[in-house]
Design a protein around this ligand. Structure first.
Ligand SMILES: [Zn+2]
Length: 279
């Protein structure tokens, strides 16, 4: 084992023998190995007319109300990237952990790309706390129903035809649909983003594996805090120091493993597989 030392192996064995749940919390760093950009780096802007907008401006309800079709073009471009992407070693390792732990496994993801499900992860064990690009819903909120995401993957510079624009409308009230994702100027809630149930899942967690997320949004940090308050521990897996690696820097609370999730996660699969054979 290159990343998991003897001391951590011992701790993981104790966790495995106990009743606590394994919760995996994933963010953009996991999907980076599948070629999905974070959309938050310096090249992540989107041009409308002659103006460059940053994701923090495009991915807002405010912008959607002003320029719904420009927001849709950006989100259909993101669909184009995600629909071409394939799960990577990290996604498959998480699916293997799910198989090993069965009902003791929970997945919480900030990723909207659907790659966990392409890798075979079960939807009913997953909390999609930032929504998903697999669904849309009424932009006016005329009902809570989810509709399929419009299947119109676009390239930069493509324009929408009048027929395509029709498919972006709510079948009930004919106002524009919106992507089923949490925007930067919106708040978490239970109905769409599993605010309460993901915190309840954190309470039952013995080990939280935090994979490729920096803790720049509020709910993931609350989830990690809840795990610690309930007696669990955290392992942060990230190429870069971040809020979670800080939280895990004291051995009482956990461990920070620095590197790629594609390199590190298979070690956990191997280790836990070994436990299932010996215990
Ligand atoms: Zn509607």
């Amino acid at each position: 084992m290159k990343f998991i030392d003897n001391e951590l192996q011992e701790r993981l064995l104790n966790f495995y023998k106990g009743q606590g749940k394994l919760t995996v919390l994933t963010g953009a760093g996991l999907s980076a190995d599948s070629g999905i950009p974070t959309f938050r780096d310096k090249d992540g802007f989107w041009t409308v007319g002659s103006v460059n907008y940053m994701p923090e401006e495009m991915g807002t309800y405010k912008m959607f109300l002003k320029q719904p079709l420009d927001v849709w073009k950006w989100f259909l471009y993101r669909l184009g990237i995600c629909s071409k992407a394939n799960p990577n070693v990290g996604h498959y390792a998480i699916k293997e952990l799910e198989d090993l732990f069965g009902s003791r496994f929970q997945l919480i993801t900030q990723n909207v790309d659907g790659l966990h499900f392409k890798a075979g992860s079960a939807r009913d064990a997953a909390y999609l706390i930032h929504g998903t690009l697999e669904y849309s819903r009424c932009g006016e909120g005329c009902s809570d129903d989810l509709y399929p995401y419009p299947n119109l993957p676009m390239e930069k510079g493509d324009e929408l035809t009048p027929e395509q624009i029709e498919t972006l409308k709510c079948p009930v009230c004919r106002s524009y649909l919106r992507p089923h994702v949490l925007w930067f100027d919106e708040y978490y809630n239970e109905m769409y983003y599993k605010l309460d149930s993901s915190l309840r899942a954190a309470k039952q967690t013995g080990l939280l594996l935090v994979v490729g997320t920096s803790g720049s949004t509020n709910l993931p940090v609350r989830i990690a805090t809840q795990v610690l308050n309930s007696g669990g521990f955290i392992i942060d897996i990230n190429k870069h120091p971040n809020h979670f690696s800080d939280m895990a820097s004291d051995k009482m609370y956990g461990y920070a493993l620095k590197g790629s999730s594609s390199d590190i996660l298979p070690e956990f699969v191997e280790l836990f597989k070994g436990f299932t054979k010996t215990i």
